[in-house]
Design a protein around this ligand. Structure first.
Ligand code: ADP
Length: 464
């Protein structure tokens, strides 16, 4: 910017000021012209013309057609005035005041006429200007002379000022650049390095918070991304480990039992049926695992939307209970349903799935001859459903993790109960999609109570 400004100053200021001076001379000449063309010139007119000439650092001369001086206003140039000095224009050497023919000829050819000379007297560049003024009676020649020197000195002054300003500006910008480099560039470079680490799969990358709020935001976002990426990475490792374990075990079983049938029990219908039952059970487990996995991944990726409609939640609970009737009877569980009449506005299929998962878990983890109570309470702003069992309960350490996918409290739990570790993760995804509150209270060996609450806000929204 400073270089550009300096360049503009040097290149354009000279022609600009020269032009300005010529314009001044032009305007003086018009004033003098109107004065000469006046019928009766007052003393005040003459004084005002003289003032203009003095004020503008000009010396002037008015000649008549014959070349004689008719008026020579006082001037402020004094010794510098070229009009009464010997000058040379081209090969001609003459004094304008005594010998004005050359100038008058030039003015006749080019009106107004102007020429610049290097004055040998003042050592500066001077402007000589001439103009013909035609009045009714005769022609006059107005000749003026002004130095261009003030312009040069003005340029020097400006350039000097410019140099001072340039030095100050450069110093200030160095300071600003230093501060910016420290506060903006350095953290960005640091972030870039951390991001590189991230790109290489190092999830320890940390983005430091800085004083600039935009960089702050960026750091927080990147940190967030890092922790999410690292979670995804863990999840992926988990997933591979769990899936390979969960799939490998039933496959091994299926293979082993199939071989047993082939080699041993093929001819013994009772044994063979037992072995075939194991194979069928394992296949069912695999089937459930795969459908749970796809259900959960669909839910979590947001592919499935919540289709809300009004439905009777009481009926829904009763239907789910009926589905589990066989298992309930097998375990001789006393299922108590304490249900308020209520209609809710939610996705019926998905909410049924949640109730099914809660209830089937309670069944799975309850001993024979215990009881399970399902309570449904409806009030003005919400509907609350609880599934309470007298089963194994969940330890305090395990409680925060049971909603995670693939989490099983007892990793070696009898696999015939169809435990995939995905049931609660699916319930969580559904309830969160409904913006429902949910939770569990449980203590080891005493039983658990799983619950969720559906807000009635959505019903109001619908009515509106
Ligand atoms: P799973 O298919 O193993 O039941 P879930 O996601 O449904 O998977 O549950 C996760 C874990 O939470 C279970 O493995 C179990 O240990 C524990 N759990 C869930 N419900 C109950 C319950 N009603 N009583 C005791 N433990 C439970």
């Amino acid at each position: 910017m400073m270089v550009l400004l300096g360049f503009l100053l040097v290149v354009f200021i000279k022609p600009y000021y020269r032009n300005d001076r010529i314009n001044t001379i032009d305007s003086i000449s018009s004033t003098m012209e109107s004065l000469l063309l006046k019928d009766n010139v007052s003393k005040a007119d003459v004084e005002s013309a003289s003032r203009t000439i003095i004020g503008n650092n000009v010396c002037a001369l008015i000649l008549n057609e014959a070349g004689n001086s008719v008026y020579s206003p006082p001037d402020s140039l004094g010794q510098l005035c070229l009009l009464d000095k010997q000058i040379s224009i081209g090969d001609m050497v003459f004094t304008i005041k005594d010998d004005p023919e050359y100038l008058i000829d030039s003015i006749k050819k080019e009106n107004p006429y102007s020429i610049t000379l290097d004055s040998p007297y003042a050592g500066v560049e001077m402007l000589i200007y001439g103009k013909q003024i035609k009045s009714t009676l005769s022609n006059y020649y107005l000749i003026m002379n002004t130095p261009l020197e003030p312009i040069e000195s003005y340029i020097d002054f400006i350039l000097n000022q410019y140099l001072y300003v340039a030095v100050i500006v450069v110093m200030i910008s160095l300071v600003i650049a230093f501060i910016l480099a420290r506060n903006i560039s350095a953290p960005i470079v640091q972030m870039k390095n951390e991001a590189n680490k991230l790109a290489q799969g190092n999830y320890d990358a940390r983005f430091e918070i800085d004083s600039f709020s935009e960089i702050n935001d960026l750091a927080t976002t990147l940190d967030d991304a890092t922790s999410k990426l690292s979670k995804v990475n863990e999840l992926r490792k988990d997933l591979v480990a769990n899936v390979s374990h969960d799939i490998k075990t039933p496959l091994t079983m299926i293979k082993a039992y199939a071989e047993m049938i082939k080699d041993i029990s093929g001819d013994d219908p009772i044994k063979r049926n037992e072995h075939l039952d194991v194979i069928i059970q394992e296949t069912e487990y695999l089937d459930k695992l795969v459908s749970d996995m796809s259900e959960l991944s669909k839910l979590q990726s947001g592919v499935i939307e919540v289709k809300r409609e009004n439905f009777d939640l009481k009926e829904c609970v009763e239907r789910v209970a009926l589905l589990l009737d066989k298992a309930i009877n097998e375990k001789n569980i006393d299922l108590k349903l304490d249900l308020d009449e209520c209609v809710v506005y939610a996705d019926e299929i998905k909410i049924s799935q949640v109730i099914y998962n809660f209830l089937s878990n309670s069944l799975k983890y309850s001993d024979n001859d215990t009881s399970i109570t399902v309570t449904l309470r409806s009030d003005e702003d919400k509907v609350r459903l609880e599934v309470k069992d007298e089963g194994s309960g969940i330890s305090e350490e395990a409680l925060p993790y049971i909603w995670d996918r693939y989490y099983k409290v007892d990793k070696n739990f009898n696999r015939s109960v169809n435990s995939t570790g995905l049931g609660l993760a699916i319930a969580k995804a559904i309830l969160e999609a409904h913006k429902a509150r949910y939770g569990v209270e449980s203590s080891l060996k005493e039983g658990s109570t799983f619950w969720f609450e559906l807000s009635r806000d959505y019903e109001e929204e619908e009515e509106n």
